[in-house]
Design a protein around this ligand. Structure first.
Ligand SMILES: [Zn+2]
Length: 205
């Protein structure tokens, strides 16, 4: 039986989620970091003597990747994301920090390991399957694991996914959503990029 635990930290901008998967006593995997790592967040990691085994970005938008470079000041870890995310996060016009007043204009500089559709990732025994799900943004991915899925902004809690960014693609989104729906099991908990996790598919708009 697996014993991992998932903690949710809410970032101030748009209440974007950072998930910390506690894989075992010391190893944690992080999904998205949309804020400069706060003292609370770093203290939590330090206090629990955590080792970051990886950080995966669900997509390139500023509210999901703003804190990545800053966390490198505290920890050495590998960054993972899709190819399009790796390109767009380095462009303030494509990560949208240029247009969002709450952020300084920034480009993520950290090197990324590119993940592709159907890749299986293994972090100290915690396995995730990558699904490329473009639509909301070109670099969006979902990450399926044992009984859950991290969906970034591709599936949200009771809210329609915004497809109004210049780089959004409605046709791609339709295809991505269809594949996600086909892969959801009755016991799959959805961990969206904003708001609380949920199990009931009727919350998918
Ligand atoms: Zn987004």
């Amino acid at each position: 039986m697996t014993t991992f635990k998932i903690f949710r930290f809410v970032n101030p901008y748009k209440n974007a989620n950072t998930y910390v998967v506690q894989i075992d006593e010391h190893d944690v995997l992080i999904i998205d970091l949309g804020n400069y790592p706060t003292t609370e967040f770093v203290n939590w990691l330090k206090h629990h003597n955590k080792n970051i085994v990886g950080l995966i970005l669900t997509h390139e938008h500023a509210d999901h990747c703003y804190g990545v470079d800053a966390l490198k000041d505290y920890y050495d870890f590998n960054l993972y994301c899709s190819e399009a995310c790796a390109i767009n996060m380095r462009d303030p016009k494509q990560n949208y920090s240029r247009y969002i007043e709450e952020f300084e204009t920034f480009a993520v500089k950290s090197k990324a390991i590119i993940v592709k559709d159907n890749d299986m990732l293994n972090f100290s025994g915690f396995q995730l399957r990558v699904m490329e799900t473009p639509g909301h943004s070109p670099g969006s991915i979902c990450l399926f694991f044992e009984n859950g899925v991290f969906t970034g902004d591709t599936i949200l809690n009771n809210v329609k996914t915004p497809l109004s960014f210049p780089h959004s693609n409605k046709l791609d989104y339709k295809k991505s959503k269809k594949i996600i729906m086909e892969n959801l099991q009755s016991h799959t908990t959805i961990y969206p990029g904003h708001d609380a996790s949920f199990l009931d598919n009727s919350f998918i708009k």
